[in-house]
Design a binder for this molecule. Structure first.
Ligand code: HEC
Length: 158
């Protein structure tokens, strides 16, 4: 075998090995999202949510979202949420009036997963609807699909 043939074969083998290493070595972060929850996890980073929300420890300007769904189940039960709405109405009835459609839609949904989904959608559109003095920015620019994907991801945080 001529020596330049050997060099060519060696070169090709090296390229194949490098491609294989890259394919196998792809970290979870750079992997192509597959499920809606995977897409949501990626959005959580690229939309800047992770700059304010830690999940299970670390610096967090907003609430740590570990255990979010369990917390929301409690907070959005019929009795708890009605109590919360009464408090909002007493604090600022003028602001309360702006969001009565949202409250009605939330209370009309059965408590649990369906209600949490509606609450999250309203929260992305304008977090102030449920937290008049809150500091979370609005995410009204998200498409319905992105809202669904983020919601699927948040539902993994039980
Ligand atoms: C600038 C900081 C900031 C950014 C960016 C941000 N949040 Fe928030 N978030 C907050 C704060 C602060 C609260 C508490 C309520 C408030 O002040 O509005 C909150 C509340 C929440 C809650 C309710 C948590 C609870 O336990 O009540 C969820 C869910 C949430 N944010 C999800 C998100 C998602 C998803 C994104 C990205 C699309 C995001 N946040 C972006 C600051 C932020």
């Amino acid at each position: 075998m001529k020596s330049n043939t050997v060099v060519t074969i060696f070169g090709m083998v090296s390229v194949c090995a490098a491609v294989l290493l890259l394919a196998l070595g792809g970290s979870e972060d750079t992997a192509i999202p597959q499920t809606p929850a995977d897409h949501g996890k990626r959005l959580f980073r690229v939309q800047g949510c992770s700059s304010c929300h830690a999940i299970g420890g670390g610096v967090s300007r907003g609430p740590d979202l570990a255990g979010l769904i369990t917390r929301l189940e409690g907070r959005l039960s019929d009795a708890e949420y009605q109590r919360h709405l009464n408090m909002l109405e007493e604090s600022r009835s003028d602001v309360y009036q702006l969001f009565t459609d949202d409250y009605a839609e939330i209370l009309a949904a059965p408590a649990g997963e369906a209600r949490i989904r509606i609450w999250l959608r309203a929260h992305f559109k304008n977090p102030r609807f449920d937290h008049f003095m809150g500091r979370m920015p609005t995410f009204a620019h998200l498409t319905p699909q992105q809202v669904d994907q983020l919601t699927e991801y948040l539902f993994t945080l039980r």
